[in-house]
Write a protein that binds this ligand. Structure first.
Ligand SMILES: NC(=O)c1ccc[n+]([C@@H]2O[C@H](COP(=O)([O-])OP(=O)(O)OC[C@H]3O[C@@H](n4cnc5c(N)ncnc54)[C@H](OP(=O)(O)O)[C@@H]3O)[C@@H](O)[C@H]2O)c1
Length: 253
């Protein structure tokens, strides 16, 4: 019997693959035999990663909310063969103010990348898979921030809650054609995004760590492997779910 945790012959588009969780997801897919289409704005980082992966890969440099980039990524997946799904991982969290101090332009920027980017790729890949009739997967990155009321990152929180709602809708609409759709909600994971926030707010790290039952933040591998699990046959009866990967932080209240 073939190993249900392998991805041989399947190709997955990974957005936000130039660093952090997305780059680790790409490595983990490739290590399990899958092909990867890497998407992000940093062309050099994508080329370097593509060259380092053991399996088939392609790189598409551009913005996730640009429909031309979305089309190029789907075409690259088709060219690699066996297009099986997308991990909508690209995301930004660059601002830190209360909602009352947040200019609408910041709402626009965060929602455009986090929510519209996810919707644009889900739409294109969902259509492709429905037509191909192969089944497939959509895994979206939300966050524990979308399940709580963390202060000073209102647009980010709202974008992530919306991604969970979008994921449930996709699961219901695409279930009949065998496309399973889930989101993964990480707690705090050591990446550039978090380093940036913590540098701007030194008390934040202490607060995040002290409230974690495990007493630490997570690694990129600890976020990436549950994402990859949802792409595999080992997760063939899971759809419409948000998998919280937070070291018990939410359970601690
Ligand atoms: N780290 C955490 O603690 C944490 C917790 C919960 C959820 N998450 C979620 O996990 C995902 C990955 O986070 P991370 O911590 O790995 O972030 P990161 O290290 O900042 O990486 C973000 C990735 O998204 C890409 N990206 C940003 N804007 C883009 C755009 N407009 N078009 C295309 N690509 C874009 C970046 O590449 P370029 O700059 O090259 O475009 C980069 O590859 C995000 O959705 C984040 O919200 C993270």
């Amino acid at each position: 019997m073939s190993d249900p945790f392998r991805l041989d012959g399947r190709t997955v588009i990974v957005t936000g693959a130039s660093r952090g969780i997305g780059a680790e997801v790409a490595h983990a897919i490739s290590a399990r035999g899958g092909g990867v289409v890497l998407v992000a704005r940093s062309a050099d980082a994508l080329a370097e990663l593509s060259a380092a992966l053991p399996g088939p890969s392609a790189a598409v440099a551009g913005d996730v909310a640009d429909t031309e980039v979305v089309g190029e990524a789907v075409a690259a997946g088709e060219a690699l063969g066996g297009l099986w799904g997308v991990v909508n991982n690209a995301g930004i969290n660059p601002f830190y103010h209360p909602v009352t101090e947040t200019p609408l332009s910041e709402w626009d920027e965060v929602l455009r990348v986090n929510l519209l980017g996810t919707a644009a790729f889900s739409r294109a890949v969902g259509r492709f898979l429905a037509e191909a009739g192969t089944g497939g997967r959509i895994v979206n990155l939300s966050s524990v921030a979308g399940l709580t009321g963390l202060p000073n990152i209102g647009p980010y929180n709202a974008s992530k809650a919306a991604i969970d709602a979008l994921t449930r809708t996709l699961a219901v609409e695409l279930g009949p054609v065998g496309v399973l759709c889930n989101s993964v909600a990480p707690g705090t994971i050591a990446t550039e995004m978090v380093e940036g926030l913590m540098t701007a707010n030194p008390v934040l790290k202490e607060r995040l760590v002290s409230k974690s039952p495990l007493g630490r933040i997570g690694t990129v591998a600890e976020a990436a492997l549950p994402i990859v699990f949802l792409l595999t046959d080992a997760a063939s009866f899971i759809t419409g779910q948000t998998l919280v990967v937070d070291g018990g932080r939410l359970a601690a209240g």
